[in-house]
Design a protein around this ligand. Structure first.
Ligand code: CU
Length: 117
């Protein structure tokens, strides 16, 4: 009887942790971008220098993450695959999908306050 109650409490705590994690990862900060529904989510992301941003293709078609200025290019990202790029320079980096050119996103990179730049 007592063990069953403990198990229920454990399940609740784990669920709460998962939900809290899901909430904090949404929004425009963080370092992950989901590609789904032929869109980058979030479309604009704010990071500090040295941050590695990872895009995950959650769609059922291939997409790319291609810098508008040629600063980086993922090549084809098949469904379920990821692409990562480390932003070491401050600036605003606009990118698009080279297959669906109407898909746009921006990464804004600010100099890390704790960095030695
Ligand atoms: Cu695409």
């Amino acid at each position: 009887m007592m063990q069953k109650k403990m198990a229920l409490v454990t399940i609740f705590v784990v669920l709460a942790a998962i939900l809290a994690g899901a909430c904090s990862s949404s929004g425009s900060s963080g370092n992950t971008v989901s590609i789904s529904g032929y869109a980058f989510k979030p479309a604009s992301l704010n990071v500090s220098t040295g941050t590695t941003v990872t895009w995950t293709n959650n769609d059922s078609v291939t997409h790319t993450v291609t810098s508008d200025t040629g600063a980086f290019s993922s090549g084809d990202i098949p469904p379920g695959q990821t692409y990562s790029y480390t932003f070491n320079q401050a600036g605003t980096f606009a990118y698009h999908c080279s297959i669906h050119t109407y898909m746009h996103g921006t990464v804004t990179v600010k100099t890390s306050s704790g960095g030695g730049y």
